[in-house]
Design a binder for this molecule. Structure first.
Ligand code: SF4
Length: 694
């Protein structure tokens, strides 16, 4: 705590928006925030910030916040305010009743990437130990679950390889399916600095994002790939690298599995994977693919940064593995300036995955069927755990509709708005007998809830977030929880009421348990975080001050593993009925479904989602800029205002998803990644019809 001039005191904490994880100094007067000042010593942001972290924190005291627990027997009943004890007792009795009537696996929980590591740890522990099922999943399911899968398969660890600072050593940067200027602005400014110093740039994106051509920056190549064909494009890039002898043979021989590499090289060298053969699939001119491949393989340090335009596809995991293949083939993993770098969306999406929120993995990405690992948790937690993986979120929805899944504890996630195919999600939740929602606001998901537990904002929390660099940073309480209970205390109370005792006095004790049971966190303590500012995992005896760059001498899995990535067309492709492909993205001032930013002054900078349409497609349909347009898909229909632009190519339309009541997820389908069920948000076949008004 620092005493201030105008403000009375200040507290250093971490932004609760994106995966950059900027540190801020919250300047306070009593229990009120005066302003948020980006902290000059913040190791992820070094004094920089964007308009979200700087200005969009007022939602924490917004009048619509719900501060009292509420219950109701049926979702058609009015809410009844109750005390914490009654709400917790009611929720626990309902979960017990459901498990007695329908079986142990009839209930589950969803953790939140908005919450701290400590809160997430407790929710997955509650599900595994108190519910005694593995029906736990996280909202990372719908964003970066393919990153976890793809990087684990190829490199051995479900995380990015670098620090953000590493980009300052890059000679060529590939940005694929990401728009850092809007979604990760503080990283984008560092990247732009490096580009202005002369680093080369390859952008792979269906849309002409700002980086392609902005003041003082021009991409060397913009591979304007057709939505849904990333894998085909990566194969054609790999084809050039393999057939033009651009592979780093010494690196591959020393660092990678030979048989898998030989098979991969033979596969990508096939004529059908050449840029010329793939041009008809990807829409990208072969000459540009050849030029980009040569640049990436020969420019020196090559760094790849990617986002949800890579993962949210039916081949999202395949695409992640294709990226890892390229990086290994060119020797671009294991030192400064290179690497495979997922730009994580939410503040703690890395952490929510690290903390064991997946139904098949215990914390630290260890499979639930591993008897040795499970035994460690059983001894520490004093309970016998189930050895079989539980349900993923989409499976929970199916099971709810099928009648076997009856109760859900959902913390800090508005799944009705954020998950695809809204109607399907709503119908699934309506079929539950007990839905417990813990959130700041009565969101769309709460419309189907029987118990509402008020959540607390990041300003009221003690704990840690883990950013896209694996950097664990402290979140410090700047004001007391307005709802009277910290989120971790709510989970503890619920677990105790369920008959599985939890006993912590402070989140630091939860971190001590995390460190005790998770090898990559073994050396993490609050004392060390306070002393060093932050720590990048793995942090343990071998790396007591953390690990900025991973896979330096060898990959975490030993030898790197190439995986053949065969292109399989998505079911979502243009047809006569739905001839256009809709893809989505973000804008700088807003965040996800807008639950936070739309309750702050930032809403003035972006008042609605619009639909970008190429002038040629607009003319074919008699659409002018500003017209209302009906967007129809096989999942649903919505109405958006059209903006004509050549940022998108003919055949592709684009919208943001910050106003979901009007928008994207009404029309996105439940098509999903083959390996992880991450929804294919980025490709939806649609038709447009001009309408008179919404
Ligand atoms: Fe930093 Fe991201 Fe927060 Fe912006 S939203 S201040 S870039 S952490």
């Amino acid at each position: 705590v620092i005493m201030m001039g105008q403000a009375e005191h200040s507290v250093i904490t971490t932004c609760a928006y994106c995966g950059v994880g900027c540190a801020f100094r919250a300047e306070m007067k009593g229990q009120e925030v005066v302003r948020m000042v980006p902290w000059k010593d913040g190791q992820a942001n070094r004094g920089h910030s964007c308009v979200k972290g700087r200005f969009a924190w007022g939602y924490a005291t917004h009048q619509e916040r719900v501060l009292k627990p509420m219950i109701r027997k049926r979702i058609s009943d009015p809410w009844r305010e109750v005390c914490w004890d009654e709400a917790i007792a009611y929720a626990a009795s309902e979960f017990k009743r459901l498990q007695a009537a329908y079986g142990r696996d009839s209930v589950g929980g969803i953790t939140s990437s908005r919450c701290t590591n400590e809160e997430t740890w407790l929710v997955q522990k509650l599900v595994r130990a108190a519910f005694n099922t593995n029906n736990v999943d996280t909202c990372a399911r719908v964003c970066h679950s393919p990153t976890g899968y793809g990087l684990k398969q190829t490199l051995g660890e479900s995380a990015g390889t670098q620090t953000f600072d590493s980009v300052m050593q890059a000679d060529v940067v590939v940005v694929m399916g990401a728009n850092p200027s809007s979604a990760h602005p503080v990283f984008a400014s560092r990247l732009k600095k490096r580009l202005r110093q002369g680093a080369r740039l390859i952008v792979i994106d269906p849309r002409r994002i700002e980086l392609v051509s902005s003041p003082h920056i021009k991409a060397d190549f913009h591979l304007q790939v057709r939505p849904g064909t990333n894998v085909a494009l990566l194969s054609s890039l790999a084809h050039v690298i393999a057939t033009e002898h651009l592979i780093d043979e010494a690196y591959v021989a020393q660092r990678c599995e030979k048989k898998a590499f030989d098979e991969w090289r033979a596969f990508v060298s096939l004529p059908e994977n050449s840029p010329e053969a793939m041009e008809a699939v990807t829409g990208v001119p072969a000459a540009a693919v050849r030029g980009a491949a040569r640049l990436y393989a020969t420019a020196g340090n090559g760094a790849i940064y990617y986002g949800l335009g890579v993962t949210e596809h039916s081949q999202g995991s395949t695409t992640v593995m294709g990226i890892a293949n390229l990086a290994m083939a060119t020797g671009n993993i294991g030192r400064e300036g290179v690497g495979v770098n997922p730009l994580r969306g939410q503040n703690n999406v890395q952490g929510s995955c690290d903390m064991g929120s997946f139904p098949h993995e215990l914390p630290g990405y260890r499979h639930i069927s591993d008897d040795t690992v499970r035994g460690e948790f059983e001894r520490d937690w004093g309970v016998t755990l189930q050895p079989e993986p539980g349900l993923r979120i989409p499976n929970m929805f199916e099971a709810a509709l099928g009648g076997s899944f009856k109760g859900l504890y959902c913390q800090g996630e508005d799944i009705v708005q954020s998950d695809p195919n809204t109607q399907h999600v709503a119908a699934s939740l309506a079929a539950l007998e007990c839905l417990v929602v813990q959130d700041l606001f009565l969101n769309e998901t709460a419309k189907y809830a029987h118990v509402f537990l008020p959540g607390s904002s990041f300003l009221e929390k003690d704990g840690t977030f883990t950013n896209a660099e694996r950097r664990i940073s402290r979140v410090r309480k700047v004001m007391e929880p307005k709802n009277g209970k910290a989120d971790w205390e709510v989970t503890v109370a619920l677990s105790n009421a369920l008959g599985y005792p939890m006993n912590y006095r402070h989140p630091s004790e939860i971190m001590d348990e995390i460190a005790r049971l998770t090898p990559t966190f073994a050396g993490v303590t609050y004392e060390k975080l306070d002393r060093l500012g932050s720590l990048q995992w793995p942090c343990n005896d071998e790396a007591p001050e953390g690990t900025p760059i991973m896979h330096i001498d060898e990959f975490v899995r030993g030898k790197g593993r190439f995986i053949i990535t065969k292109y399989v067309p998505s079911d979502e492709r243009s047809t006569r009925k739905y001839p256009l492909l809709l893809t989505t993205g973000r804008i700088l001032s807003q965040y996800n479904v807008g639950a936070q930013t739309r309750r702050t002054p930032n809403v003035m900078w972006h008042g609605e989602d619009v639909l970008e349409v190429h002038p040629q497609d607009a003319e074919d349909r008699g659409i002018a800029s500003g017209d209302w347009v009906g967007v129809q898909s096989r999942a649903g229909e919505t109405v958006l205002r059209a903006v004509l632009t050549d940022r998108v190519q003919p055949g592709v339309v684009y919208t943001t998803f910050h106003f979901p009541e009007s928008g994207a997820n009404v029309v996105t389908t439940d098509n999903s990644d083959w390996a992880t069920n991450c929804p294919e948000y980025k490709v939806t076949a649609v038709q447009l019809v001009r309408v008179s008004q919404p």
